[in-house]
Design a protein around this ligand. Structure first.
Ligand code: SF4
Length: 203
């Protein structure tokens, strides 16, 4: 069913908090939607999906991966959440993968159902900077097939926003532990800070 366009981010996030579209379509979920704390952010951080801790707290990036991401970015919690509007491909904890290794990747149908929230957020927020985190988020938003091709790029999108991809900081990714890739992560973080410096020149 088509969703009427929201007029404000606050209204949109209120609607998001009640979404059960995937459950209604028969997909298993382990949490209610996780929402971004609103703070007039001008940067949009786009990950894959919440995990267990995020689902419990209903806030993004609360587990170990979030701590690693903040360490990469050298941002404390308050600055991180005040800088980035944190969103993801899907917004509810999808549960563990059937193999037992890591989180379940949301199905294509779940990704499609949840894309309505991303599209509306981008329309309302019009972020100057978009940081994608992980392969799925980078493929979804930027169309770059692999994280190996993406990290280190600075892309200007048709609307003028700058996009910078990062790998996923989860311990499930071996890519981030390759020494040469750690250098590339540091280069991507430097690009992000350069853009943040344009957004917040007095910071
Ligand atoms: S994953 Fe997205 S579309 Fe699916 S129920 Fe949660 S908020 Fe709704």
């Amino acid at each position: 069913m088509a969703m009427a366009a929201a007029r404000t981010l606050t209204g949109l996030e209120r609607r998001l908090s009640r979404c059960r579209a995937c459950l209604d379509a028969g997909h298993p979920l382990e949490s209610l939607p996780v929402r971004a704390p609103l703070a007039n952010q001008r940067a949009y951080l786009f990950g894959q999906a919440p995990g267990i801790q995020e689902g419990i707290e209903r806030r993004p990036w609360r587990g170990r991966a979030g701590a690693t991401l903040r360490r990469w970015l050298d941002l404390d919690e308050a600055t991180f959440y005040g800088t980035f509007f944190c969103a993801s491909v899907t917004r509810c904890d999808p549960g563990r993968a059937p193999s037992g290794r890591g989180d379940r990747t949301p199905s294509l149908e779940e990704q499609r159902l949840c894309s309505r929230w991303r599209d509306e957020e981008l329309r309302l927020l019009q972020p100057a900077l978009i940081v994608t985190v992980g392969g799925l988020a980078t493929r979804t938003l930027l169309g770059i097939p692999t994280i190996g091709e993406a990290v280190g790029l600075r892309l200007e999108l048709p609307d003028g926003a700058i996009a910078i991809p990062l790998p996923h900081p989860s311990g499930a990714s071996s890519w981030i532990n390759v020494p040469a890739n750690r250098v590339r992560i540091a280069e991507a973080v430097a690009l992000i800070h350069a853009e943040l410096g344009q957004l917040h020149p007095a910071a």
